[in-house]
Design a protein around this ligand. Structure first.
Ligand code: ZN
Length: 259
């Protein structure tokens, strides 16, 4: 009791240390939420440090909070298995692959409002590159959503008047970073589907929201499908519109698996 009274009166440093230790020994429960176990803060997310004067303390955010935030963003992104992709792991033996890799790395580094779009046949590593860009942005604390175009368009078309699907559309329209995977996949693209794409892309175009797009369509095919959509993509992408010619895109996956 005398010690505490002394501390209250004079800021005794001996008991100060005790308070710091007691506070830091306290067990938190953040691991119950995200499964990350941190021995430094004992899952509280912060630690108490003695200031230089030895009298006061400061509450400091623990290093694990970065990991926790990135994990939460990743869980919410819908990327699932695609979270494993990194730009540095994209195999670039041929010139066009090196160009793709450099362009993606430059896009992440500059982090401006441009969009990124990769067009070409399957097998060019489009999903790898686009999801790797998303992963890099999540590590910068950006809120990212993954949208598999066909699944979303079919669901939205069938549930257009439903509040839940409108909410989903709004979420995809407004999220900080959106990755639209396989835009206009499939042989036929109906009027309704083009309208859904326009509502989504036009909103993001008007609000200059970062968007990453992959598609098996060529730019010419995109123009034929819907000029307004194609031109908005081209305008927003500028140098980050990558077109992989058919002859080059074959077998990224096949070649990779042989190595
Ligand atoms: Zn921690």
């Amino acid at each position: 009791m005398d010690k505490i009274q002394n501390f209250l009166n004079n800021g005794n440093s001996e008991i100060q240390c005790d308070i710091t230790k007691l506070a830091n020994d306290e067990i938190g429960h953040l691991n119950d939420l995200d499964g990350i176990d941190c021995p430094i803060c004992k899952n509280k997310g912060y630690i108490l440090l003695d200031d230089d004067n030895g009298v006061t303390q400061s509450l400091v955010s623990c290093k694990c909070m970065h990991l926790r935030k990135v994990k939460r963003l990743a869980d919410e992104s819908g990327l699932g298995e695609l979270l494993k992709h990194r730009v540095k792991n994209y195999e670039a033996k041929e010139e066009w692959q090196k160009k793709v890799k450099n362009t993606a790395a430059h896009y992440v580094r500059t982090d401006n409002n441009c969009w990124f779009c990769m067009l070409g046949q399957s097998g060019a590593g489009k999903t790898h590159i686009c999801s790797a860009i998303c992963n890099a942005f999540m590590e910068m604390y950006k809120d990212v959503r993954y949208l598999a175009w066909n699944d979303f368009a079919t669901f939205y078309k069938e549930n257009m008047k439903n509040v839940a699907s409108k909410d989903l559309m709004r979420e995809y329209q407004q999220v900080e970073v959106l990755y639209i995977d396989d835009l206009f996949k499939g042989a036929d693209t109906e009027y309704d589907i083009k309208n859904i794409a326009f509502d989504l892309i036009n909103y993001r175009y008007n609000n200059r929201l970062k968007t990453i797009i992959s598609s098996e369509r060529s730019f010419k095919q995109l123009c034929e499908l819907d000029e307004a959509i194609a031109y908005r993509i081209a305008e927003m992408c500028q140098d980050y519109l990558i077109r992989i010619p058919k002859t080059q895109s074959n077998n990224y996956r096949i070649k990779k698996s042989k190595v």
